[in-house]
Design a protein around this ligand. Structure first.
Ligand SMILES: Nc1ncnc2c1ncn2[C@@H]1O[C@H](COP(=O)(O)OP(=O)(O)OP(=O)(O)O)[C@@H](O)[C@H]1O
Length: 252
């Protein structure tokens, strides 16, 4: 059997005196979409950020347990963090394109990574925009400003920018929270395209979105992982009463 792409092993995490994650263990499979869902403050964002070490600079925090990618502990002393972040891309709630053109946005990361060959960069632009389901809408205007794109297009550009670095894992934190339904649908469609190539973990912006995209779903409540199941099951046959209460709107 193939091991998990990401293994969360007994992770607890606190900000000061406040415990945000309590003894979380979870195996995240490759080439699937895993959703972290649950009410605000449950620890979803914190866990996502720990997977690419975005919380390294947050002061007065404590972590125990391990996070493994392909079996290697990403918090062991020798780990090259910039390299880890190339392997593990992150897309945030608000699309924040860089100033400059669509083309410049995509090639920025690859150039920093030392790729300067024009032909290679053109390939990267086309591949990442196709994968992010944006190519058809922008291929005739790659040199126009990224800021002129619609919100939904800007978010797909941010996804394309992550994909330009050929990550293995893509983490998305409420990537469609500010988008209209059509743009939301396009971003979701691009996730389905990407699933074959990447390991995707997403904090969805609604239960409905969780149900639409989840191959696997993890329900978080006040820092605890309440249950983890194939998406088709967690939304139909919940094991835990608390998950059911949340899904049926008894609390939010
Ligand atoms: N930088 C921080 N400093 C202090 N406390 C924090 C910080 N970030 C998160 N927390 C606290 O950790 C807990 C978990 O927050 P987290 O954002 O991970 O939850 P969440 O499930 O993603 O919620 P949301 O849907 O609101 O983003 C909350 O109680 C929150 O107040």
């Amino acid at each position: 059997m193939v091991g998990p792409k990401i293994r969360i092993d007994q992770v607890s995490y606190s900000y000061g005196n406040e415990q945000a994650l309590r003894d979380i263990s979870l195996d995240i499979p490759a080439n699937r979409i895993t959703v972290f869902f649950g009410p605000a403050g449950g620890g979803k964002t914190t866990l996502l950020r720990l997977v690419n070490r975005l919380n390294d600079l947050v002061e007065d925090t404590r972590m125990s347990g391990r996070i493994l990618i392909d079996g290697d502990d990403i918090y062991s002393p020798g780990v090259n963090v910039p390299n880890l972040r190339r392997r593990v891309g992150m897309v945030f709630a608000l699309p924040l394109p860089l100033p400059g053109t669509i083309r410049e946005n995509i090639v920025y990361g690859p150039k920093l990574a030392g790729i300067h060959d024009r032909g290679r960069l053109e390939e990267i632009i086309e591949r990442s925009l196709i994968q992010a389901a944006l190519w058809d809408e922008v291929n005739t205007r790659l040199d126009s400003p990224a800021g002129a794109l619609s919100g939904g297009q800007q978010q797909r550009l941010c996804i394309a920018r992550s994909l330009a670095l050929e990550p293995e894992v893509l983490l998305l934190d409420e990537p469609t929270s500010g988008l209209d339904p059509i743009s939301t649908r396009k971003v979701e469609e691009s996730l389905f395209e990407l699933r074959d190539l990447y390991t995707i973990v997403i904090v969805p912006h609604s239960i409905q979105q969780a149900a639409r995209v989840a191959d696997y779903a993890a329900f978080f409540l006040m820092g605890e992982l309440i249950e983890f199941q194939p998406g088709s099951e967690i939304f139909t046959t919940t094991r835990d009463k608390r998950t059911e209460d949340y899904l049926t709107g008894r609390f939010g």
